[in-house]
Design a binder for this molecule. Structure first.
Ligand code: HEC
Ligand code: HEC
Ligand code: HEC
Length: 379
């Protein structure tokens, strides 16, 4: 039988080029990797770009990417209370940069504390203000929190003194500081002062002086509003400092009305307008009970001062519906929410049960209702 295989074998056996071909192939197979290796080694190497968190990451033994992701989440979940620069915001969150607590805690203990929060009256709470579980953001996963822990740990500067709380409890831009109080001042302090200073005089390496800004003085209120909404990134030709001015100062919850109030306050700081005497109901409204809970759980949709956020939540300050309800009716409503399919829904947008924060207890919600009543001028 002359099968195909038999014929093939005979043909190969008889091939006069067989041995040289095998030899050539062997030489190639053994030398090619060496050649390629040599090309790689000898090729002019562009050094890998250093990650901007490389040094911090090496110092605390995490990946630079973890710090970077943590920074992004910190800005949306923690900065409202702890400041964009993590130096703390008076009456809201303590300083986390160069924090003795952070430095004395293991990463695991820090993670557990942030996950759990720290209620007023609880052991360890020094301010009487709530640190909400997960910063009030139940949507943050454990992985998100781990990255935030990495970021917060990266903010510790060896050799620097730990942050003091001296300025934390000063009255919100109170008369002692020579700065007018009232809701405009409170908004400015919570959203802009981290970079521009409580008195608008600027913070070295973060934000310019607004008090003395010829540029700002030359703009109309509308122009300033448009500017603040847009910010001025580093790559903008008009950027003068090489530092980002984030849109709305990094606080997307600020409504146009909030920003107009802030601009009013900037005008006061500029000395362009006499300080308006704040109404009793407005003074210190942000520092009273319920304010921080409202800020962390409701302000994303309803605005820090309850004036509503376009496309998200309604004004609570001016809500005739809410004003007409008793506290316990409002409590029941907030626990239940008002989904899009509810016949009473007026906006086509979900009001989630407890604003989407199942961790809120009835007592928390009562504090929040107290804050809403203050905004409505009913208390
Ligand atoms: C609504 C405001 C608020 C938000 C949002 C918030 N915190 Fe806090 N946080 C506080 C307050 C207030 C304290 C101080 C509690 C106390 O008196 O001990 C605090 C304390 C802390 C502490 C302990 C500091 C110390 O010196 O004892 C850490 C760490 C911390 N927060 C991390 C975070 C992180 C991370 C986030 C974001 C995921 C976050 N916080 C979001 C208000 C807030
Ligand atoms: C994270 C820091 C940061 C925060 C928070 C921040 N800014 Fe700024 N802002 C800057 C920086 C940096 C500049 C300067 C940008 C440049 O180089 O031109 C700036 C510039 C400005 C200017 C223009 C001043 C000038 O002379 O060019 C105005 C007005 C301003 N900010 C208003 C605000 C207001 C209002 C808020 C709060 C809603 C706010 N900023 C929050 C960092 C910040
Ligand atoms: C994710 C966005 C979102 C969050 C967070 C949120 N709300 Fe709302 N809320 C809404 C929307 C949207 C409506 C309007 C629903 C409708 O169309 O009737 C609403 C309506 C309300 C109303 C009724 C107002 C009226 O005039 O009908 C109250 C009161 C209220 N919210 C309180 C709260 C409180 C308190 C919190 C925090 C615990 C909170 N909300 C958090 C989106 C939100």
């Amino acid at each position: 039988m002359h099968g195909l295989a038999g014929r093939g074998k005979a043909a190969v056996d008889g091939d006069p080029h067989r041995v040289p071909a095998i030899l050539a192939a062997t030489v190639l197979v053994t030398t090619l990797p060496v050649l390629m290796g040599a090309v790689l080694v000898l090729a002019p190497k562009s050094p890998p770009a250093e990650h901007r968190f490389a040094a911090q990451a090496a110092a605390i033994g995490v990946s630079p990417v973890a710090i970077e992701l943590g920074e992004a989440n910190y800005r949306v979940a923690c900065a409202t209370c702890h400041g964009m620069d993590a130096r703390g915001v008076p009456h809201l969150g303590k300083p986390l940069r160069n924090s003795a607590f952070v430095q004395d805690s293991s990463p695991e203990a820090l993670f557990a504390m942030i996950k759990r929060g720290r209620a007023p009256g609880e052991a360890g709470n020094t301010t009487g203000v709530l640190m909400p579980p997960r910063g009030g953001r139940p949507d943050l996963s454990d992985a998100d929190l781990s990255n935030i822990v990495a970021y917060v740990r990266s903010l510790q500067e060896p050799g620097q003194p730990t942050a003091a709380m001296d300025n934390w409890a000063t009255p919100l831009a109170g008369p002692a500081a020579g700065v007018p109080s009232g809701p405009e001042a409170a908004l400015f302090v919570s959203s802009c002062s981290a970079c521009h200073g409580a008195d608008g005089g600027g913070v070295e390496g973060l934000g310019k002086s607004l008090k003395d800004s010829v540029w700002a003085k030359g703009k109309s209120d509308d122009e300033l509003l448009a500017f603040i909404k847009q910010g001025r990134p580093i790559w903008d030709a008009e950027n003068t400092t090489g530092i980002d001015m984030p849109p709305k100062g990094g606080n997307p919850a600020l409504t146009d009305e909030d920003l107009r109030n802030i601009i009013k306050h900037i005008r006061v700081l500029e000395g362009a307008e006499p300080a308006a005497a704040p109404g009793a109901a407005e003074t210190g409204v942000l520092s009273g009970p319920g304010a921080s809970l409202f800020v962390s759980s409701c302000s994303a949709c309803h605005g820090v001062l309850g004036t509503g956020v376009e496309g998200l939540g309604k004004s609570l300050k001016d809500s005739a519906w809410a004003k007409s309800k008793r506290d316990d009716e409002l409590l029941a409503f907030i626990k239940q929410g008002r989904p899009v399919w509810d016949a009473e829904n007026t906006t086509g947008v979900d009001m989630p049960p407890k604003g989407g924060n199942p961790a809120l207890a009835d007592d928390d919600l009562r504090l929040i209702i107290g804050y809403i009543r203050r905004l409505q001028g009913q208390e």
